[in-house]
Design a binder for this molecule. Structure first.
Ligand code: KG4
Ligand code: ZN
Length: 339
């Protein structure tokens, strides 16, 4: 049989997702990717409610997995392993996917691969293009904002991280202050398209600092306060544009510092951006221009694999399986799990 075929399960936040990915010499191929979003269940609360999320995962996981298997045209004997997110995330949800994965692995005699959700995002760009390690990664999601040197699966080191909020969290909270729905990132991007933020002065965090850390809480506070002063739809669009540009600028400033250090140590210069915020077009364009300016090739995952999905978990699982990095059946779900 050519390559490794792995079922991936993702339940760490508000998406119940299952996917089958085949990893062969020619690269990764997504055979199916099914995502049930719980957005409607949480919208009324303005954010994800952990208890509601966990219960919804319990209801959905079996159907979502069956659909992923059938869309891939496989039965269980066509699999080489089962991968499930084991953290970090809302632990009640993580336990659902991980327990389901354990049961499936035990019942079918397949190896179980516990995957770190962040490692899933880290490999997600490989779902769309053949990529060789190592690369410099900016991981920007709702829960994380980190720069990482990725040498291979299970072999990454962190160059910088946020000292307060994640970039996606800033998008979500400022969007809420602007009266936009959840999740805020895509809504804020849409509003910003008709705005011009040049009249707003927003704070620039950690200017002049020599490390690669991020900070978004000052921006969040300032923008939320400004949101209260907006009177017209145009005011709100202008502020949204200013916020999006400020976030893009900080991501670029920190990435530029990391690129300079990285370029001194590596011949192979590839910059990858991944995570939900990588779906933002202004941010993608800003980072692509920056990468080009510094002699880096640029790669971002296909849009469908920026936000949470199980294909990235299946791929990380397949890469781990290839290296023999499988898990014990009693592996625990972890709410916190730094890379
Ligand atoms: O990776 P992800 O789906 O979940 C986590 O692991 O956190 O990221 C979700 C985050 C949310 O904060 C959401 O607002 C943000 O990604 N996001 C965006 C866009 N699409 C999703 N932020 C800005 N622009 C977007 N187009
Ligand atoms: Zn994520």
């Amino acid at each position: 049989r050519d390559g490794l075929t792995v079922l991936g399960l993702e339940t760490s936040c508000d998406e119940t997702a299952a996917s089958v990915v085949r990893l062969a010499a020619a690269g990764a191929q997504v055979l199916s990717s099914v995502i049930h979003s719980q957005i409607d269940d949480h919208a009324a609360y303005g954010g994800v409610v952990p208890e509601i999320a966990a219960r919804s995962h319990v209801e959905m996981i079996d159907g979502v997995t069956r659909r992923a298997m059938s869309e891939a045209g496989l039965n269980w004997s066509g699999l080489d392993g089962v991968a499930a997110t084991a953290g970090p995330g809302l632990v009640g949800g993580v336990m659902v996917g991980l327990s389901y994965g354990k049961a499936a692995a035990l019942a079918r005699g397949l190896p179980l691969i516990a995957v770190n959700h962040l490692e899933g995002h880290a490999v997600s760009a490989r779902l769309g293009a053949e990529t060789t390690y190592p690369f410099l990664l900016l991981l920007v999601s709702g829960g994380h904002c980190q720069l990482l040197e990725v040498r291979g699966i299970g072999d990454m080191s962190r160059l910088g991280t946020t000292i307060d909020d994640a970039a996606g969290e800033a998008f979500d909270k400022i969007a809420k202050a602007l009266g936009l729905g959840y999740p805020g990132g895509p809504a804020l991007e849409k509003l910003a398209a008709s705005g011009d933020g040049s009249r707003f002065e927003l704070p620039r965090a950690l200017l002049g600092r020599k490390d690669c850390d991020f900070s978004f809480s000052g921006l969040k506070t300032a923008a939320s306060r400004l949101a209260q002063t907006c009177e017209t739809e145009q005011d709100r669009a202008d502020l949204a544009d200013a916020v999006q540009k400020a976030i893009a600028r900080q991501l670029a400033e920190r990435s530029e510092r990391a690129m300079k250090d990285y370029a001194e140590q590596h011949e192979h210069r590839l910059f990858v951006v991944a995570g939900g915020v990588a779906a933002n077009k202004t941010i993608r364009r800003t980072l692509e221009d920056l990468a080009t300016k510094h002699g880096f090739a640029f790669l971002a995952p296909p849009m469908a694999y920026c936000t949470d999905n199980a294909a990235m978990i299946a791929l990380a699982g397949a890469e781990r399986l290839e290296k023999g990095l499988v898990s014990d059946i009693d592996v625990a779900a972890r709410p916190r799990w730094p890379l």
